[in-house]
Design a protein. Sequence first.
Length: 484
Amino acid sequence: METRTIRFIRRGDVVALPNVPADRTLLEVLREDLGACGTKEGCGEGDCGACTVVLGEAGPDGVQYRAINSCIRLAHSVDGLALWTVEDIANADGSLHPAQEAMVACHGSQCGFCTPGFVMSLFGMYRNHVVRGEAITRELAQEALSGNLCRCTGYRPILDAAQTMKHWRADEIDEELLLAQLRTLGRPRGNGESYLLPHSLQELLALRAALPRAQLVAGCTDVGLWVTKMHMRFAQVLDVTRVAELRRIEEHPGHLRIGAAVTLADAYAALVADRPQLKAFANRFAGLPVRNSGTLGGNVANGSPIGDSMPLLIALGATVLLASTRGERELPLEDFYTGYRKNVLAADEVLAWIHVPRPAPGEFLRAYKISKRFDDDISAVCLAVRLQVEDAKVAAIRIGAGGVAATPARARRTESLLLGREWTQATALEAGESLRGEFQPISDMRASAGYRREVLGNLMQRFWLETQGRAGLNLESFLLEEAA
Ligand SMILES: Cc1cc2nc3c(=O)[nH]c(=O)nc-3n(C[C@H](O)[C@H](O)[C@H](O)COP(=O)(O)OP(=O)(O)OC[C@H]3O[C@@H](n4cnc5c(N)ncnc54)[C@H](O)[C@@H]3O)c2cc1C
Ligand code: FES
Ligand code: FES
């Protein structure tokens, strides 16, 4: 099958790569085809950050820089963008980039295998924040480095490096020139080839109808692992990430309309803007490079029972809009799934938008993620609860749960138990017991079935405490109070 030449900007020049197979990863192209071996391969599954590179794309406010994992990203997806590896950021005279200088000065590297990845995440942070005059707080540095693991240096010197980048000589990137180059590079072209990058919904739907067997991909943070770990091969790939309509977030009075191809980073930023209490939950979705690449639509369509967005979206009452050349249909998210990683999408359909209701007056919402590691880990259990109390009674309640069934689930039984009841400790305890009995979770490497059931009930108790403004109270004192 014909393959389109990939074109991207690196070190100020256009790199043109013909004949790259549709399923070749960006890391393979960098290390094996371009000899750019500064970018390392550690896990090959998006977990360690050794392979981090930065992509640049023309956005409304200049170039948008995104650190991503090159190991699980398909090479064709960088067509039309700018790309930096750790070999590309030093100044023309050979002096180091501020991200590199700061790492050296703060003793941020020992074995150095992780270092190229850290430097690239720092570079992304430098371009997005330092250049714009924004301060790098410890919190921001931790967020930006959440996808990079270091097993020998420890994080303190690396975080110090992040906060001291501004003290070094500024880098030499000429953004105006880069924007002009990106515009000249223009849109990736071509249909009927092995890697298809449509730019409009109409184009995407026509291709989906004509080529139902092409592998649909978005940010590739799931599909990439099918390539690197399961060794699956794809002769033809249909990439949704350039479709203009699917990259937009629209604010309507009643709902947010989030395009399926909006990155997790941007989608969660919009959700957090509406509901600031979701910030900690949002930051715990993978690490920044995964959130910079992965999309909300990919998370929903993938339908993993341990995915994080779905319990939240179910609790929020979100609906999904599916589109094909035949038209559109809308359904509640919980009705989208038919079994383990199965959904109602027809062969010619795509997930186009997710509609998320705006906050209702008096709404109390919490989303909890229980995992072994704070950053960059998959949930053992996820619970999201949205409650409205009127006249001391439960007037509305929606509960979404993950890690407890073959699909993301809505706790309908517990919801009906709660509806109309007085919102008291006793009711909350009853709801916790009900939640424990509502699902039949499985035991796996993340948690036992018993642990998952126990945690579900405990989270409901925590939710009760938080509705009373007593988040700091521990369970022991709660039970003591309960017994009193
Ligand atoms: C290191 C790491 C950490 C992770 N941590 C988390 C985590 O904390 N929480 C979590 O929930 N997930 C996590 N994930 C999983 C993954 O990042 C998410 O599921 C992500 O949202 C997938 O989106 P994507 O755009 O990359 O999808 P892709 O990998 O491109 O696609 C996934 C599936 O969705 C389909 N698809 C994509 N877009 C559409 C569309 N518009 N219409 C129809 N089908 C479509 C694809 O065909 C494919 O079947 C993690 C992954 C990695 C590698
Ligand atoms: S090699 Fe570990 S994240 Fe890519
Ligand atoms: S310096 Fe050794 S893993 Fe980071």
